[in-house]
Ligand binder design. Structure first.
Ligand SMILES: [Zn+2]
Length: 236
């Protein structure tokens, strides 16, 4: 059976209007099974516990079928060059877990888990680094806290891994990248040979207008018998 993991990225009060659109569509399709990739304090300006409407929206969609997954802490790189090149060579301003030391990275994981626990009373079992990029040493740190983490083509469960293409419909609000990602993902949705595929829904997709195509691909995958799953369904 082919498995489809819906991962909703960049779950933060910063994207509250776009998240409402995403949830409205999924509610309408009666889809409840998805992983919510939460960013505890976007840009260090949007802590999740400070926006009541956001907390209410997420609590409503945090059911027995859905899970919270830690997705960075601030989702921003601390590196000046990354910031400067952001939007020129891809979303470099978001590679948070390359720009900080391992000690700082671990502190951010602890801070993130703490604020999530206080706000939603759950502990995420997984980690997805912003833009799927992190430094080499991160894996051994993540092993202490999580049951899995993901990169763009692989879900790592530490003792084993699953090859899994990601369908991503945004290139970081850079027109040509956006169009290229949309094209590649739509092709991949039709022809992938992977048995597990991740559909990455970004609030950006709503902003740049690729959300409709994405939902069309989602419906087509479901029609062809792909079965919705969560990352943690594969933990052995
Ligand atoms: Zn992200």
């Amino acid at each position: 059976m082919k498995k489809l993991i819906i991962s909703i990225h960049d779950v933060t009060p910063y994207f509250l209007p776009e998240l409402k659109v995403i949830f409205q569509e999924l509610d309408q399709l009666k889809i409840k099974k998805y992983d919510l990739l939460i960013v505890p304090n976007w840009d260090k300006k949007y802590p999740i516990n400070q926006n009541k409407e956001f907390v209410k929206l997420i609590k409503k969609h945090l059911t027995r079928d859905s899970r919270l997954v830690l997705h960075g802490y601030s989702h921003q790189s601390e590196n000046k060059l990354h910031q400067k090149l952001n939007g020129i060579i891809g979303p470099s301003g978001a590679i948070e877990y390359v720009s900080v030391s391992e000690k700082e990275a671990e502190k951010r994981i602890n801070d993130g888990l703490k604020i999530i626990k206080e706000t939603f009373h759950v502990k995420p079992l997984g980690f997805v680094p912003p833009v799927w990029v992190m430094s080499m040493g991160m894996s051994k740190i993540l092993k202490k806290y999580f049951a899995y983490y993901t990169t763009y083509f692989t879900i790592h469960y530490f003792s084993f891994k699953i090859r899994s293409a990601t369908l991503c419909y945004t290139g970081g609000e850079i027109y040509l990248f956006d169009k290229l990602m949309l094209f590649l993902s739509s092709v991949r949705a039709r022809f992938t040979r992977n048995k597990v595929v991740q559909l990455a829904i970004h609030p950006d997709d709503v902003r740049i207008g690729s959300f409709e195509t994405e939902i069309k691909d989602l419906k087509s995958l479901l029609k062809r018998g792909w079965q919705l799953s969560l990352y943690e369904d594969f933990i052995k």
